[in-house]
Ligand binder design. Sequence first.
Ligand code: BGC
Length: 245
Amino acid sequence: MNVFGVDIGGTGIKGAPVDLDKGELSEERYKVLTPHPATPDSVIEGVHEVVTHFGYSGPLGVTFPGVVVDGVTRTAANVDKGWVGLDARTQISEKLGMPVVLLNDADAAGVAEITFGAGRGRGGTVILLTLGTGIGSALFVDGRLVPNTELGHLELHGHDAEKRASAKAREDEDLSWEHWGHRLRKYLAHVEMLFSPDLFVLGGGISRKPEKFMQYITGISAEIVPAELQNNAGIVGAAMAAAKL
Ligand code: BGC
């Protein structure tokens, strides 16, 4: 069965039809750049462009880089503040003329990883962290998601953690992998202190380059593995959610 997923990110809006039996994209994904400022109207236009590129019509899963409760976007750390308090699911659904499920981007990626990727078959407490423009989190207890955990905004040495340890922080501050790796280690130690997870899954673009920084992540009791679905996890997770519509 093929269902469509769209992942709204800080840099791109990406989408593709997903083969839900395999947890893989069934066609090459299509991407448009995230508009700046990332206002609701301009981003929804981008979602429309991605979906119409494939001529798709049917249940649609969309991720959002902020808290989403019952289709309402409640926070907007890295997109325009016009999203806060918006019934975004209804707006997207009306614009595209199809049923829509809207969920947090890291939650979607986590659901995909725990079903098809690095967390497959894992019970206990599993935490997926996406290290990209921000830091997203997905917390699972025996395979069941606790949505909207927002662990990227924990305070780390007086700072919003994602401002210190996201992939964007490394680029913006031109940090060496070692320097950034030490920040990530401190962040993971903090999350571990709070949740004692059995497994951390590290996602986002950097999951393709674990050899650059994994050697600096020491002293953490939990197992740490890179995500397997990499940048497609959000699209796959969104489509999985839409399949339940
Ligand atoms: C947002 C999260 C999101 C993460 C990754 C954070 O700034 O608050 O909701 O999952 O960025 O996009």
